[in-house]
Design a protein. Structure first.
Length: 207
């Protein structure tokens, strides 16, 4: 229920007329700890975390990791069908759904023939810390494969879990696809700058 509420709040916040209040982080964290996600809390302003807001979280007994709100929401939605996430220590990665689906790879939307590396510390999984490079990936599965897998798993279990009335398989699929879109929007907004900024003006000031 918390994830459904958070999704609706983000959609209302992002879509015109853009008059909705900021989404409530408490909905994003509702029901935690749960399963492998053993800890989660917002990063505090005094913690020296640049480009906040962000979420600290742990998988099982692993090290604390850092995600944006959109990244953590995506992790939670991918976790709804059950099973993983779990930490793959050899590559400092987090896998979701089933082996081969790596969270950072899904967030970066890497293609075959591309690998995703972390630019800084392995604890920071926010989008600007992900680098897509040519290479042979250990996990080749892409977003479309993850969506198909997650929806199939959710459809197989939704009646047993008693969630059909709250979130149907069709509704879950829409929320998962929306979670990827939200992540991409958040990622894009970090890099977008007006063309009339200081750099553009200085470049255009001389022939």
């Amino acid at each position: 229920m918390g994830l459904v509420a958070y999704f609706d709040e983000v959609v209302a916040y992002l879509c015109p007329p853009n008059t909705a209040p900021t989404p409530d982080t408490r909905h994003l964290l509702a029901g935690l700890p749960c399963g492998p996600i053993t800890f989660a809390r917002p990063a505090g302003e005094g913690e020296g975390v640049p480009e906040a807001p962000a979420i600290w979280f742990t998988i099982d007994k692993g090290n604390p990791r850092l995600l944006t709100h959109a990244g953590f929401f995506l992790l939670r939605v991918l976790s709804l069908p059950g099973g993983l996430p779990y930490e793959r220590e050899a590559s400092h990665g987090i896998e979701v759904l089933e082996p081969g689906f790596t969270l950072t790879r899904l967030m970066a939307d890497a293609d075959d023939g591309e690998v995703v590396r972390l630019k800084g510390k392995h604890v920071d999984l926010r989008p600007w810390c992900l680098s897509i490079e040519p290479g042979r990936p250990g996990g080749r599965r892409q977003r479309k494969d993850a969506i198909e897998c997650a929806v199939r798993r959710y459809r197989d279990h939704v009646e047993d879990w008693g969630l059909t009335a709250l979130l149907s398989p069709k509704g879950y699929e829409a929320m998962l696809k929306g979670a990827f879109r939200m992540f991409d929007v958040e990622h894009a907004m970090h890099f977008l700058r007006p063309l009339g900024g200081e750099e553009a003006r200085s470049i255009g000031s001389k022939p």
